[in-house]
Design a protein around this ligand. Sequence first.
Ligand SMILES: *Cc1c(COP(=O)(O)O)cnc(C)c1O
Length: 410
Amino acid sequence: MEVVNGKYTASGINLIEISNQFGAPVYVYDGNKIIEQYNRLINAFKPLNIKVKYACKALNNSSILKLLKQHGSGLDTVSINEVLLGLRAGFDPKEIIFTPNCVSIEEIQEAVKLGVHINIDNISILEQFGHLYGNTIPCCIRINPHILAGGNTKISTGHIDSKFGISVYQLRHVARVVKSSNIRVNGLHMHTGSDILDPGVFLQGAEILFDAAKDFLDLEFVDFGSGFKVGYKEDDITTDIEELAAALSQRFQEFCKEYGKDLELWFEPGKFLVSESGYFLVKVNVLKQTTATVFVGVDSGMNHLIRPMLYDSYHSIINLSNPEGKQRIYTVVGYICETDTFGWDRKLSEVHEGDILCFKNAGAYGFTMSSNYNARFKPAEVLIWNNQAHIIRKRETFEDLLQNEIDIAL
Ligand SMILES: *Cc1c(COP(=O)(O)O)cnc(C)c1O
């Protein structure tokens, strides 16, 4: 986002014009930023055989999927419907990995039929997979290395109490199951959760995976999941991709030599690719002075952007309508009948009713987590690409709310 001639713009497009044209609330994604992030990752790891599998639960609009596919990305999916979205967007099944947690064996069978990579994260499913397919269909195994990334147990998935992955201490059991059914394990995977700040922690996890790899002779890839942290505030520490790449590359090459084969190195970034590309634009409905603060009430809430309430995540807020106004302190809240506070004590250029506010870092886990709570419509989505703002999802209408309801005689 840049200020050009006193106007907030993304890739040259005036953001406030987008809300004028398509209305608010609206999610806006800057395609150039997504591709810039994708290329940054690819370039950092260039000497290696790297494959990026975009974790599409972060943002799964088909236009975004197609854009990433066009630039060479694969896909990481966590439900059969995400697999179907990926196939519909043109991904080859071999470019898609299915990494679900606690789904039924039937859902995994469906994914096998569709020809995508299967990532298994519990021993019961591994056993059933072995009975069904023996060595005819390969699978990847998700290992939980028990590393606490970042310290936030709401988003970290690699710690001891996590429901994700098969514990590294159960590898002996895994080996028994694999041997009994002659399962062909073609990949090892770990995803320790978000917010890895220290390449050292990442490497610790990598060592655990390299160590485990010795017992699996048919590997074709090692998948390090994600964990890349992006900045939400000006001075936030973020994952230094280039530093991480430098450290991991050397070690990975050594490992491949020891293993005796050039394995593919996979990553599954979600947030890293799309978070910063996203701007969520909302309109100010009312200002409400109380004894404690001045509330800015906007035409949105936890139904559209739940991350601040669910994860205490911080999203910078900017008043697009008054770029040069004097700074005042506000508490920004939603219109939902819950305490849906977007941010306390935020400094914004003086706010008036009718102004358009912009939430930054709204590309990941924004729209995909939205709901119809309070019988509100989901917002529209717009993609900036080729110097134009394209609507890529229209706003819902009243009919959408009733689509699956069935009226009965009462
Ligand atoms: C959610 C998820 C990711 C992406 O995580 P980000 O923090 O958005 O980068 C990657 N892999 C798996 C298995 C996931 O569940």
